[in-house]
Design a binder for this molecule. Structure first.
Ligand SMILES: C[S@@+](CC[C@H](N)C(=O)[O-])C[C@H]1O[C@@H](n2cnc3c(N)ncnc32)[C@H](O)[C@@H]1O
Length: 337
């Protein structure tokens, strides 16, 4: 059977060409995860970008996995030249606009964030239907966390920028209240060596009042804490996937007021901590600016901390132009033991 995916357009035409490459890689990774072939072709119809692939009849599980695709608008089945719409992206657990509403300088694009989540998921040993826990240790105001919550997963977001974390938490509280989503909020002070290491702010909620009443809830935890200190707060694995858009070295210099190590030094410090926080079988997807962090160095560092760096179709050739001074790449690694 032939399937065709109509892709979401992007406002910036230069990025659009790059998005097609990412969309193809993402679909290959999702097809591989769903046990289908990975031969994906780019097609142009009515001056629009499409991706096409052949597969047997897709079951419900395969369809819902493929419809996580960040770049997908509508998936069609093609029979004798006629297109039959199958479905669009999966419904959001809380609300499609959750990761979209907040706009700010330095925000990671929501589609790209969903793409990173997909690569991490596909590389991992976990399936999308388990309520996974996703950690973004450089979460800014929480784009990754909000995208993860919308999949019905749990999310942990940390950043050294206390103001960004606070903004993210305030926004989420307003969102829950505005949409009358039943929830509780709690704070937990974490100490290390007799000193306060962080205050964990947690919201617990559910997509429907019935699910909330039945205890079928999800959680968002956010805290202001630098990436290298997370081991003081969590002493055992707390997440299945780690997704982070690392500072580009353009707008977000690392170190804040504390000190200013190079991005490379910073990565050396945080990676051994992060890998310990991921369950065995979990995967990490990191994006970074190749003008400030060399791709082979990032992958080398991931391998040094024991990650099995993903390569091959879906995981390589992901370098893409974003804007002047920023060419982004993605590295994915799996914790095997
Ligand atoms: C590219 S931004 C990520 C933006 C985020 N994905 C969003 O959409 O809001 C990089 C983030 O890394 C944070 N950061 C830089 N160095 C850090 C460190 N050592 N520990 C924790 N966060 C750090 C910055 O404060 C910034 O929020």
């Amino acid at each position: 059977m032939k399937y065709c995916a109509l892709l979401r357009p992007h406002a910036n035409s230069r990025y659009q060409a790059e998005a097609l490459k990412l969309a193809r890689a993402e679909l290959i990774a999702l097809l591989a995860k769903s046990g289908c072939g990975t031969d994906v072709r780019c097609e142009t119809r009515a001056d629009t970008d499409w991706l096409a692939f052949e597969a047997g009849a897709l079951d419900e599980g395969q369809l819902s996995l493929l419809c996580l695709a960040a770049h997908l608008y509508v998936l069609f089945e093609e029979t004798e030249g006629a297109l039959r719409p199958l479905r669009g992206q999966n419904a959001a657990y809380l609300g499609e606009d959750l990761p979209l509403v907040l706009k700010y300088k330095g925000k990671t694009n929501e589609t790209f964030t969903a793409f990173l989540l997909n690569l991490a998921l596909c590389a991992s040993d976990f399936g999308p239907d388990e309520p996974l826990a996703v950690m973004d240790p450089m979460c800014g105001r929480g784009t990754t966390a909000f995208a993860a919550l919308n999949r019905g997963w749990n999310a942990l977001g940390f950043d050294q920028d206390a103001a960004a974390v606070d903004e993210g938490l305030k926004y989420f509280k307003r969102y829950l209240e505005y949409h009358r989503i039943k929830h509780t909020a709690s704070d937990q002070s974490m100490t290390a060596g007799g000193k306060q290491a962080a205050v964990l702010h947690t919201f617990r909620f559910a997509s429907t009042p019935e699910a909330y009443r039945d205890g079928d809830t999800r959680a968002l935890t956010m805290a202001a804490i630098p990436g290298d200190r997370l081991g003081l707060v969590y002493r055992k694995p707390c997440c299945h996937l780690i997704v982070a858009d690392l500072p580009y070295g353009v707008q977000h210099a690392p170190g804040g007021g504390r000190r200013r190590p190079s991005l490379e030094d910073m990565l050396y410090e945080v990676l051994p901590v992060w890998v310990e926080l991921m369950h065995t079988g979990g995967a990490m997807a990191l994006s970074f600016n190749v003008n400030t962090l060399r791709p082979e160095m990032v992958r080398g560092m991931m391998a040094e901390v024991g990650l099995d760096v993903s390569d091959g179709p879906g995981y390589e050739g992901l370098g893409h132009w974003v804007e002047q001074a920023i060419t982004r790449d993605v590295a994915v690694g799996v914790r095997r033991f």
